[in-house]
Design a protein around this ligand. Structure first.
Ligand SMILES: *Cc1c(COP(=O)(O)O)cnc(C)c1O
Ligand code: SF4
Length: 344
């Protein structure tokens, strides 16, 4: 694991903007990159898309006015410091603040790499009790931070407690570890998950660039999928990383080919210090339209934005419905031109 300027400089030569980040003291998301993920960077390319995701830049330290620490108002929607209950039927549990590598675009910086550490046995108990009282909750997202920073033993205790409280839960394991540190995914981990699972466990991961689909990460995904854990991807649209239709097309096709269903493509949240990584939403909509023409329905993710202020997620798509008239609905056809569908 690489955590310091000295360690980092033995692998790559930093730019002035990258170097300056280290010179400013203050409240920052720390540097942490696994040696594996660092090895994916081309050290001779200052614009490398892997590098942009994990090497900090001074640009992070001058937030723009529209940005906030907690743009999704997660704290206001939390019923417990670790449990976000925004939607009636599903909850997100912040299992640990740690990750194997910190992403510079992290939208949960208010929590990630703080002093929260991992969930305690008492907290697990309190949350299991809460879930017992909330039968309308059908899904739980184990997130953070990254839940796979827990030891197999602690993750097992957590799952056993949740399943004992509620045997009818669908679990989503939300982790970037198959991308940033696939060596953590071992046969022992997957055997443990198989043994304790009460219901389905979906692996939700975050590949943002086709070059992240390496032999190692594909092996990690195979361990899950071969053992009955479906894999889905939540990519983040990032400036200088994947904001071109060619890169996104290649990413989605490679994911699909490796049995990872593209689920979401997220518009960047308005989180402090991420403006240089955000793609304007209008540009995102143009990419979405072009991408839908190139990809199969199965390879196409849903472009979505989490509205500021905790409004929740909304789907973003090019609008094909041009108008509703008494006799007919008017559409823009996928190849252009207007097509009517009779109303009634
Ligand atoms: C995104 C999110 C979910 C899951 O939403 P889906 O659209 O079902 O993937 C659940 N809880 C919170 C707080 C979320 O932010
Ligand atoms: S893995 Fe997720 S929680 Fe961790 S730094 Fe990256 S985006 Fe944030």
């Amino acid at each position: 694991m690489v955590r310091t300027l000295q360690q980092l400089e033995s692998f790559i030569k930093l730019s002035k903007q990258e170097r300056e980040w280290f010179e400013i003291q203050g409240d920052k998301l720390p540097l942490l990159v696994s040696r594996y993920y660092l090895s994916l960077i081309d050290p001779n390319d200052p614009l490398d898309p892997i590098r942009r995701q994990v090497i900090p830049s001074i640009e992070e330290l001058s937030p723009s006015i529209e940005e906030e620490k907690d743009p999704l108002a997660e704290v206001a929607h939390s019923i417990h410091p670790r449990l976000i209950h925004r939607y009636k039927n599903r909850v997100a549990l912040l299992v640990s603040d740690l990750c194997a590598t910190y992403c510079r675009h992290c939208f949960r910086r208010r929590f990630t790499a703080t002093e929260e550490r991992q969930i305690s046995a008492e907290e697990v108990k309190a949350i299991s009790e809460y879930l017992k009282s909330q039968p309308e909750v059908r899904e739980i997202l184990l997130t953070g931070g990254d839940p796979l920073t827990l030891s197999d033993h602690n993750l097992k205790e957590l799952l056993v407690s949740l399943y004992t409280a509620r045997s009818d839960l669908t679990v989503r394991l939300c982790t970037r570890i198959p991308v940033t540190y696939p060596q953590r995914v071992t046969p022992a981990l997957v055997a443990m998950l198989k043994e304790v699972r009460g219901g389905p466990i979906y692996l939700m991961t975050q590949f943002n660039h086709p070059r992240e689909l390496t032999k190692e990460s594909i092996e990690a995904i195979n361990l899950f999928v071969d053992n009955g854990f479906p894999a889905l991807n939540q990519a983040v649209l990032l400036k200088g990383v994947n904001d071109s239709v060619e890169v996104l097309e290649e990413l989605m096709n490679s994911l699909l080919f490796n049995r990872i269903k593209p689920y979401y493509l997220f518009q960047g949240d308005l989180v402090e210090g991420t403006k240089h990584l955000r793609v304007p939403l209008q540009e995102g909509l143009i990419l979405e339209k072009e991408l839908r023409q190139r990809l199969s329905g199965l390879a196409m993710p849903t472009y979505a934005v989490d509205l500021p202020g905790g409004g929740g997620k909304v789907v973003l798509t090019h609008n094909y419905l041009l108008g509703i008239e008494e006799e007919a609905l008017i559409f823009e056809g996928p190849q252009g031109g207007q097509v009517e569908y009779p109303n009634g």
